[in-house]
Ligand binder design. Sequence first.
Ligand SMILES: [Zn+2]
Length: 393
Amino acid sequence: MATLPEKATHRQTRTFNRQLVLRAVYDQAQISRAEIARRTGLTRTSVSALISALLEDGLVEEVGRGPSTGGKAPILIRVRPDARHAIGLDLGDTTFSGALVDLRGRVVASARMPVSGRNGIDAVAAVLDLISELLRRNGTSPLLGVGIGAPGVVDSRTGTVRWAVGLDWEQLPLDSLVRERLGVPVVVANDSQAAALAEITYGSVPWRSNLVVIRVARGVGAGIILDGKLHQGDGAGAGEIGHMTLVRAADPAAAQCHCGRSGCLETVASMGAMVAAAKRLAPRIADEDALVDAFHRGDDVARGVVERGAEALGDGIAALISVLNVGQILLIGPATRLGPAWLAAVRRQAERSALPLLARDATIDLGEARENDVVIGASAMLITRELGLSLVR
Ligand SMILES: [Zn+2]
């Protein structure tokens, strides 16, 4: 009996070291055993044993020899991208989209499902159908599981969608519903938070341990990373900045928000709101493409609407900077197509509204434009969790 805790501790140490080694390989295109030992602080013997186990599991492979540093040229190791697949889903407004993704975040196959008008348990059935479709298309790579990016307030610790108004979901245990039906590991996250994780997992912009990634799409939401970890808050609603009230409800400019209130940030700053506002003034600006084109052409209507949206977003960012004192803000999502002029307007307003000392320290930049960002991010959450690849660097 007395030996049990010791064995358990030994097993934990081995699991921890294995994840450390896998992370070191994952972080590099290819790496030698000696370099892994140097980066992880483990002995050469331990690293060799752990790499042997990873080779046996097929997670890594040897890819020839690197340059010699005097002695024998070292064998290089890399992650086998196709060793496992994950499924990522984006439960968008009118369409659910999903993809089979490899360990490097590359899409292997994708599928879409129109869901206009489907909500409640019917929308859950659509989720299961879409996953089944992607499962059918998976080849021989073992499936790690399913990551789901859902709109609304989502508690990814319990896999519960606490509230998603468009889908008419309240306290929906989506994680266990999918897990029980399909028998695979599942992670459920807010769509903006998932997209933020795609940015920091696969994006090329260097990120610091405190940052906020804001996604401006049909709505506005953020992933808040503090000390290298996604901060979800006590009720999983951290980052729901789209529903900060920036226009007083009594103001005639305060538009109705789908959350039931009026004057929310996303009624002005989201791509959806900017398109709607432009369309009211100039019916030819009927969709996102038309708005982006008109804005780049210098069209007055488009400029007015986008500048108003950028100002509201700048005010929202100033509030975040004041509360969190984060030094790095990245903007992602379809609105980044509005480019440097939009970014400049956002920066200008954030500087005007935040405490000058804090505003000076903060950078606001565009992240990497990425189609499928929610799908990729949701699968990244699943992959990093299942393989124990902590996002902390
Ligand atoms: Zn709202």
